[in-house]
Design a protein around this ligand. Structure first.
Ligand SMILES: [Cu+2]
Length: 82
């Protein structure tokens, strides 16, 4: 399954298409984590990407998967900048 990451100050809940709530966010990880197929099962099992951003202001931020239904089902996380 393909995954991605958007960082946003917009809190959950998120709809089926999470980007309808978050927009492009403050940062968007590209490319998305790769599809895993039966033929490449091990190749993508531990796929990883990284990114960085500068939080302009203290506050609560959310990292949200933009793949349809993922954030709606809970593929999100919160972090706080003090
Ligand atoms: Cu996902």
């Amino acid at each position: 399954m393909e995954h991605g990451l958007i960082i946003t100050p917009v809190p959950p809940p998120y709809p089926y298409m999470s980007m309808m709530a978050t927009g492009p966010g403050l940062v968007q990880l590209e490319p998305l984590l790769p599809w895993r197929s039966d033929s490449r099962l091990q190749a993508a099992s531990y796929a990883a990407l990284s990114t960085s951003f500068v939080a302009g202001e203290p506050g609560t931020y959310w990292y949200v998967c933009p793949t349809p239904e993922h954030a709606e089902k809970g593929m999100v996380g919160r972090f706080i900048i003090r």
